[in-house]
Design a protein around this ligand. Structure first.
Ligand code: PEP
Ligand code: MG
Length: 586
């Protein structure tokens, strides 16, 4: 058979070669049924819910051990869905109308999902798969069916229409060579899990995925979002060589991960970690992070029914600062709103949440919430230097207001005799083109800048980062984005301000010469990417990087930039992350 190339969305880097395992779990469906004994059916529902909750706790534990705390949080979120009073009321009402518990649950949940789907909220819409997973779990308990797990006995490339986190967590990691799904985008849970596991993944393959059969050998290129089915000898040799190179590079990177990242001509760059839960501090340190460049604090504010108290926050921030000492920790104030709702704020739904009240817009609208966080931060920094970062700043007035608010909180704490941070640096994320263009003005009121290329890309290119259809447009290598990075860095340096990057572009090996050449001062990324990034930095001389950046800035398309960078640094192409040590995955 002639080799066939199927294109999808690159969701997790690395290369895998191996046989396909098609995972096609059948969904539990029940026909309309009535019941005689309403209270017995209500009790059956209660039992099934309790069993499902118990199962979710076990899955969370399993995920926490095998993947990490963030992935475990997926299952805690599932548990929250099971407690939604609106959903439960809906189902109980149906049972009282004499529907069987199973049918009432199926239909009640269907209605609930339909309602959520109608809400113009990308976060919830992206979670529909999770909801279906939860619905099936309870339905299985009600009908006495067991979960169809992924039954792998030999290493394989899993191909599925969609993959739920629970199916994945139960599967032995060493047998999973790669993940390929017809549905899903780069922000789906499968993509997140694959990256956390270090398994290559290609998602959004659409109907083409159905052409792949169990047992058929495929190459999965997680870097390019490509699957080669029935590869010829030439292609196999090429990819095997690439995989081997990757494995060797990853090994070298691993060995030198605790050393600083210095260019060949002696410039050193701090490489720090992006984390979003206190449990990740250990991983950050183990990966060689020289501090935390971005602590996303949303974990304290989302998926709960009340805002966190000052003391609760204080304890967590303090623990993280202490654990990283003497390396710096940049703590970002909550970036809620947009795709990350906080139920206790009862925010009105917005037709374009990403263009709505998120980040500091929300913080300035609810100053009590931000004040509490600032108090906790300033207190947590007592005896240390403190770096606070504000997300989603788009105007000078906002930056000024944030600075004033921080000063006011500082004064208030002083008057109350509370110990607080001695030296405080305030920074803003550059995520909105307006902020990039006004960097020089912002330098009057802030001490440093952090390039949030995830959002800067979506706002510059008008391509929603959570929308699968616009995912190919949202390319941070687009020359328009690069020019904004250049403007920001040049303006900041004119005013002796530091520029860091914490968007995912920093974790792209291809982007390293570009970033060094543009004059970036510090980099921050997911912990796993740190060893590889340090290794790539060591390969370059700053003078070379400057030439490359100048040249790339003249290009017209993201594709041209990427292919130019590939040509300049063929070896670094996929040095980003190692997929594992097995023979068939890198
Ligand atoms: C960014 O926008 O690049 C960023 C780092 O912030 P987040 O991904 O949390 O929006
Ligand atoms: Mg952002």
């Amino acid at each position: 058979m002639k080799e066939k190339r199927i294109r999808g969305i690159a969701a997790s880097p690395g290369i895998a070669i191996g046989p396909v395992y098609r995972y096609e779990p059948t969904l539990v469906r029940v026909e309309a049924e009535t019941c005689q004994d309403v209270s017995a059916e209500l009790a059956r529902l209660e039992t099934a819910l309790a069993e499902a909750r118990q199962e979710l706790r076990l899955l969370a534990e399993q995920a926490s051990k095998s993947v990490g705390p963030n992935e475990a949080a997926i299952f805690s979120a599932h548990e929250v869905f099971l407690q939604d009073p609106e959903l439960l009321q809906q189902v109980q009402q149906r049972i009282r109308q004499r529907q069987s518990a199973a049918f009432a649950w199926q239909e009640g949940f269907r209605y609930y999902i339909h309602q959520l789907g109608a809400i113009q909220d990308e976060y919830l819409q992206a979670r529909v798969l999770d909801l279906e997973d939860v619905a099936q779990r309870v339905l299985r308990h009600l009908t006495g069916q067991s979960e169809q797990s992924l039954q792998l006995s030999t290493p394989a490339v899993i191909v599925a229409r969609e993959l739920t986190p629970s199916a994945l967590v139960r599967c032995p990691r060493e047998l999973v060579l790669a993940l390929c799904t017809a549905q899903g985008g780069p922000t789906s849970h499968v993509a997140i899990l694959a990256r956390a596991l270090g398994v290559p993944a290609v998602v959004g393959l659409g109907e083409s995925a159905t052409a792949l059969r169990s047992g058929q050998v495929v190459i999965v290129d997680g870097e390019q979002g490509l699957i080669v089915a029935e590869p010829g000898e030439g292609e196999l040799t090429l990819y095997r060589q690439r995989r081997l190179r990757l494995q060797e590079q990853a090994k070298r990177a691993e060995q030198s991960r605790l050393q600083p990242a210095c260019t060949r001509d002696g410039h050193s760059y701090p490489v720090r970690a992006n984390i979003q839960a206190p449990e990740e501090v250990a991983e950050a340190r183990a990966c060689g992070a020289e501090g935390i460049g971005l602590l996303r604090t949303e974990f304290l504010f989302l998926e709960r029914s009340q805002a966190p108290t000052e003391d609760e926050q204080l304890e967590i921030y303090r623990a993280i600062i202490e654990a990283m000492r003497p390396a710096p920790v940049v703590i970002r104030t909550f970036d809620i709103g947009g795709d990350k709702p906080a139920p206790y704020l009862s925010l009105p739904s917005e037709s374009n949440p990403f263009l709505g009240v998120r980040g500091v817009r929300l913080g300035l609208k609810y100053p009590a919430l931000l004040r509490t966080q600032l108090r906790a931060l300033l207190r947590a920094g007592a005896g240390h230097e403190l770096r606070i970062l504000f997300p989603m700043v788009s105007s000078y007035e906002e930056a000024e207001a944030l600075r004033q608010l921080t000063r006011a909180v500082q004064e208030e704490l002083r008057q109350q005799g509370q110990p607080l941070a001695e030296r405080i640096e305030l920074g803003i994320m550059i995520e909105v083109p307006a902020a990039a263009l006004l960097t020089e003005a912002f330098a009057e009121v802030v001490d440093f800048f952090s390039l949030g290329t995830n959002d800067l890309t979506q706002y510059t290119l008008a391509a929603d980062r959570t929308n699968e259809s616009t995912a190919p447009l949202a390319d941070p290598f687009h020359p328009a984005v690069l020019r904004l990075l250049q403007l920001t860095i040049e303006a900041a340096h004119r005013r002796q301000r530091r520029v860091e990057i914490c968007g995912e572009l920093a974790a792209e090996p291809l982007a390293i010469p570009l970033l060094l050449g543009l004059g970036i001062d510090e980099l921050s990324m997911v912990p796993r990417a740190i060893p590889g990034c340090k290794q790539v930095i060591r390969r370059w001389a700053e003078s070379e990087a400057r030439q490359i950046a100048l040249h790339a800035l003249q290009m017209r398309t993201a594709a041209e930039v990427r292919s130019y960078l590939r040509a300049c640094s063929p070896d670094e192409l996929t040095a980003k992350e190692d997929g594992g040590s097995e023979a068939e995955r890198a």
